[in-house]
Design a binder for this molecule. Structure first.
Ligand code: FES
Length: 76
C-alpha cells in the first residue's frame, strides 16, 4: 500500500526534551502521514490496518478513498 499525503512544512521540526512521552519515555514519530499531531504518532495509523498492498489511498477528513491513477510530469 501507498498513501498520498499533503504536508505544508518547509523545514525540519527539531525535537525537544518536552516531546518525550512522560509515561512511555519515548518519542513516536508518524510514518503513515495521517497523524493530526504530525510529526508525532497519534494512533491514526490504525486506519491503515486493512489497506491492500498494491493499492494507493488518500485520506480526507477521516474518509479513505482509492486513488485510481496518479499523473506525474513524466506521464506525457
Ligand atoms: S504512524 Fe502515523 S499516526 Fe501513527
Amino acid at each position: 500500500m501507498t498513501r498520498l499525503v499533503e504536508l505544508e512544512a518547509t523545514g525540519p521540526r527539531k525535537l525537544e526534551p518536552s516531546d518525550i512521552d512522560d509515561e512511555k519515555g519515548d518519542v513516536a514519530v508518524c510514518q503513515c502521514g495521517l497523524s493530526a499531531s504530525f510529526p508525532f504518532c497519534d494512533g491514526s495509523h490504525r486506519q491503515t490496518d486493512d489497506e491492500e498492498s498494491e493499492t494507493t489511498y488518500v485520506y480526507d477528513d477521516g474518509e479513505r478513498a482509492v486513488v485510481e491513477r496518479v499523473v506525474t510530469a513524466d506521464d506525457e
